[in-house]
Design a protein around this ligand. Structure first.
Ligand SMILES: N[C@@H](CCC(=O)N[C@@H](CS)C(=O)NCC(=O)O)C(=O)O
Length: 227
């Protein structure tokens, strides 16, 4: 039997983008080698594999690199389609709808970054903008379903995974709570259900280390007024 090509993942421990890929690989039961990058001094391999963006995650499959977390997830789904968990629905319309919400989430990243980097004066205003986006996600994408795709975790859930773990640390760092049961009951319940799934629960960065990381980052933004 031919050996299957080696799968490698270049990552960075606090990155929610990297975790999307880890979850997808684990859900599919794909063996891989994880390579931790030190982002301030990126390795020659990372620069070679992702010369355009120079970012993690990068998945290398049989020596060929794939960059951008959501592109990687689609690659994983297409390359290993028949294993334990389909990540996208088979119906083309439902697939298009899933991709619409993934795209919506990506577009709202700027609002979340603005919230994370906001000054004391701006933080309530930026929090209101994030709340508005999350309400749309709750009402129109999640509704009363357990997960975005129905009863099982799919690509949309993985794309929103940062909300379930990283956003809590961001809110604590900024000192404003947005994603709370009284504001967003269904989305809040989804964060709990998502984190209860074994593959997710067993693959999350340490909460304390993440909080310390975000505190350092926010301090840096405040000091440098970097935007
Ligand atoms: N759109 C990219 C974002 C990846 C990204 O921002 N990665 C960060 C780590 S969280 C990174 O590698 N930053 C290095 C840099 O910007 O120099 C994706 O979805 O993969």
């Amino acid at each position: 039997m031919e050996e299957s090509p080696v799968v490698q993942l270049y990552g960075f421990w606090p990155s929610p983008y990297v975790y999307r890929v880890i979850w997808a690989l684990k859900l599919k039961g794909i063996e891989y080698e994880y390579i931790e990058e030190n982002l301030p001094t990126k390795s020659p391999s990372l620069l070679q594999y992702n010369p355009v963006h120079k970012k993690v995650p990068v998945l290398v499959h049989g020596g060929k690199p794939v960059a951008e977390s959501m592109v990687i997830l689609e690659y994983i789904e297409e390359t290993w389609p028949d294993q334990r968990n389909p990540l996208l629905p088979s119906d083309p319309y439902e697939r298009a709808t899933a991709r619409f919400w993934i795209d919506f989430g990506q577009r709202k990243r700027l609002a979340v970054f603005a919230f994370f980097r906001s000054s004391e004066e701006d933080k309530e205003k930026t929090a209101a903008q994030v709340l508005e986006a999350l309400k749309i996600i709750e009402d129109r994408a999640l509704g009363d379903k357990k997960f975005f795709g129905g009863n099982r975790i799919g690509l949309v859930d993985l794309s929103f995974g940062w909300l379930a773990h990283w956003f809590g640390a961001m809110q604590e760092t900024v000192g404003v709570q947005v994603l709370e049961p009284n504001n967003l009951p269904r989305l809040h319940r989804w964060t709990m259900d998502f984190k209860q799934e074994p593959v997710i629960k067993e693959n999350l960065p340490d909460s304390k280390a993440l909080l310390a990381h975000f505190k350092r980052l926010r301090e840096r933004f405040t000091l440098t007024k970097e935007i």
